[in-house]
Ligand binder design. Structure first.
Ligand SMILES: NC(=O)c1ccc[n+]([C@@H]2O[C@H](COP(=O)([O-])OP(=O)(O)OC[C@H]3O[C@@H](n4cnc5c(N)ncnc54)[C@H](OP(=O)(O)O)[C@@H]3O)[C@@H](O)[C@H]2O)c1
Length: 305
């Protein structure tokens, strides 16, 4: 890195992995309440593939005149801090950058973020593993908040996509709130799902007290909820229409430094799975996207700037 610029992976004209470019971006200093992070690891998530593809540009959710940044979560080290920030330079942190419509992202060497959105990475958890937690761990925690505690006599929860990043965390976290969880996943995922303390199925019958739809099966998943049950989805702009007295909620993840600290601590202690599929240099972001697009990947690709 030169002293005045840093490298970032962006899309100017979105069109899939081939449209991802590495560019030099001017370095900026943190404002009040902000820190500048030297990113050590940024995970590749399904949302990044949709951004690079132009899906959200076509919806009108992204309207960037020059370039769109890629990447939502990261782990790295504080290298500069703005007025009012206590976090010392050199602290290892992880976090989440929310929202679609931005010209910066975590696929980059440097990042400015509000210090309040960060969590300190505990000793014993490496930054590669830590970078896989913020987006999907917080999404799952916020899904479980939407779900609430399991009611007495109605505690059977089905989690679709239970072997995925969001689904795997939901399977774990929902049990803390009293739910008896069954994970719907591919046949090859049985050992992983049962290892999280859940029952397992590759094909569910209707009648569940609640369904969390991390596989984005949408109306098909809603159809598995009993009359008057609960459904939580993951597509904010495309919730299935409520029916049969079912409460329908959709998660829209937001940063939460305190919650993230807890998720990182649980990852460090082995209470939540740390799932890294492969580590690649930033320059190979497009290859990571191509590999993810084929499906069947378990654990995250992690980019190292
Ligand atoms: N709203 C928000 O704030 C928010 C935040 C984070 C994520 N999300 C969204 O949540 C979704 C899940 O994200 P993720 O990172 O967990 O994705 P992921 O790791 O790819 O997990 C999805 C899982 O679902 C499985 N699956 C898909 N169809 C299935 C089926 N018919 N039966 C059984 N399993 C099936 C996939 O298996 P295969 O790989 O074998 O297909 C995969 O294991 C994505 O759409 C993401 O964009 C939303």
């Amino acid at each position: 890195m030169s002293t005045s610029t840093f490298r970032a992976a962006v899309v100017r004209t979105p069109g899939g992995p081939d449209s991802i470019e590495i560019i030099d971006v001017p370095l900026a200093e943190p404002g009040p309440g902000e820190v500048r992070i030297e990113i050590a690891a940024a995970s590749v998530n399904p949302v990044d593939l949709a951004v690079a593809d132009g899906f959200f540009h076509a919806l009108g959710v992204i309207d960037q005149p020059e370039r769109t940044g890629l990447g939502w979560d990261f782990a790295g080290t504080v290298v500069a801090r703005g007025h009012g920030v206590d976090l010392p330079v050199g602290t290892r942190v992880a976090g989440l950058v929310p929202g679609f419509d931005r010209d910066f992202g975590t696929y980059a060497e440097q990042l400015l973020v509000p210090a309040a959105d960060l969590a300190v990475v505990p000793d014993g958890l490496d930054l590669i593993a830590a970078s896989t937690v913020p987006l999907n761990g917080l999404t799952a925690a916020q899904i479980v908040d939407l779900l609430g505690d399991a009611p007495a006599g109605g505690d059977r929860l089905l989690v679709t996509g239970a072997a995925g990043a969001v689904g795997g965390y939901v399977v774990s976290l929902a049990q803390d709130r009293g739910w008896r969880v069954t994970g719907l996943a591919r046949a090859a995922d049985e050992e992983f799902v049962r290892g999280l303390g859940a029952d397992f199925t590759t094909g569910a019958e209707p009648g569940w007290d609640a369904v969390v739809d991390a596989a984005v099966l949408q109306e098909q998943a809603l159809g598995l909820v009993r009359d008057g049950g609960r459904f939580v989805g993951v597509r904010p702009n495309a919730a299935p229409a409520a029916e049969r007295g079912i409460s329908v909620a959709v998660v829209e993840v937001r940063p939460d430094g305190r919650r993230l600290s807890d998720l990182l601590a649980r990852t460090a202690s082995g209470g939540l799975p740390a799932r890294v599929h492969a580590v690649m240099p930033l320059e190979r972001a497009a290859d990571a996207h191509r590999a993810m697009a084929k499906g069947g990947v378990r654990g995250r690709y992690v980019l190292r700037p």
